[in-house]
Design a protein around this ligand. Structure first.
Ligand code: BTN
Length: 326
């Protein structure tokens, strides 16, 4: 794992939970002097971490700033590769934009870029993505599987399934559902958006940039007027504030697991999970594409993630990109 000394110290404290750690122990574990440890602890206090000294035992971490940084994520991480390199920012224009650059420069499979705030968050169809400070999970995961370009959309579906499974494993007060192509709704309101972009050559995927935007700790009043009726957050639905770093780590676990399973055994089981958690399939829908409005019953998705709609005249229509009303 690629952590700075500061992050290694925080991770060590987070993993020790309520146990104090002595300065000597820390110095030995991390291979630096006790004075250096003490200096790091001073700097951390300035950033909002609070420590108390327990006589003869050492330091105990008693308060952590509400951030979704590398130390916090990695203290929860159980993966083999995903999230082992974390680029964390207080503020960025778009994690997606930086991901393009890092992927072109050879970033490893599973590298993540995550920020407290995006000033130019990108949504699907050239929309902007509202990314409030300290409230959400604004992250891009660089995935570099050995795939052919036509298989790339399957990774987007894997991302949606991974987020749903992560939410189901951590929270109990709501059931997330996938709305085609890739929104996650809770009680009919949008909570997560996914934007997948690809770096590819004619016959080979060079990298996939899976951009994930999750409304995590927003209160209803945090959303701008135009989103009031259609957006929700995990905290609103779970009825309590959530630990964003824990959710990130859980998503990365599922994403790694399902990506590996897909490469090994194909798409079938993942597609089944997607369909099981979808609120689109089986419903009568109205799909607005750039060219037309199509009404009918959503009957399934193809392996490429294309939506199949059964029209009233019995014809089956394939929809590649559209806004869906259910
Ligand atoms: C959508 O339109 O539903 C997709 C939204 C994707 C937003 C995420 S937030 C992290 C990453 N960086 C961006 O600029 N966009 C994606």
């Amino acid at each position: 794992m690629n952590l700075s000394m500061k992050d290694k110290i925080i991770k060590r404290f987070l993993e020790a939970k309520d146990e104090p750690i002595s300065g000597q122990q820390l110095a030995d574990d991390l291979g630096i002097s006790r004075t250096a440890i003490w200096k790091h602890l001073q700097n951390l206090q300035e950033e909002g971490y609070e420590f108390i000294t327990i006589k003869k035992k050492g330091y105990k971490l008693i308060a952590v700033p509400d951030r979704v940084d590398a130390a916090k994520i990695s203290s929860y991480l159980k993966t083999k590769r995903f999230g082992h390199t974390i680029h964390y920012f207080e503020e960025i224009d778009s994690t997606q934009r930086l991901a393009h650059q890092l992927a072109r420069d050879g970033a490893k499979d599973g590298t993540i870029i995550i920020a407290e705030e995006q000033t130019g968050g990108k949504g699907r169809m050239q929309r902007t993505w509202y990314s409030a400070k300290g409230k959400g999970i604004w992250m891009t995961v660089i995935v570099r599987p050995d795939l052919l370009p036509h298989q790339a959309p399957q990774l987007t579906l894997i991302a949606a399934v991974s987020i749903v499974m992560a939410m189901k494993s951590l929270y109990t007060n709501f059931t997330p559902e996938i709305k085609w192509p890739n929104d996650i709704l809770i009680n009919g309101k949008k909570c997560v958006g996914i934007l997948t972009e690809m770096l590819a050559e004619m016959d080979r995927v060079d990298g996939l940039l899976i951009g994930i935007g999750i409304n995590a700790n927003h209160e209803q009043t945090d959303f701008p007027d135009e989103l009031q009726e259609i957006a929700t957050s995990v905290a609103i639905e779970e009825k309590q504030k959530v630990d964003r770093a824990q959710l990130v780590a859980e998503i990365l676990s599922y994403l790694e697991r399902y990506t590996d399973e897909y490469i090994e055994n194909g798409f079938k089981s993942i597609k089944q999970l997607w369909v099981e958690h979808s609120c689109t399939i089986g419903k009568r829908i109205r799909a607005s594409t750039i060219r037309e409005v199509i009404e009918g019953q959503a009957i399934g998705i193809t392996d490429e993630g294309v939506l199949e709609i059964l029209l009233d005249n019995g014809q089956i229509k394939k929809v590649y990109s559209a806004d869906i009303e259910i």
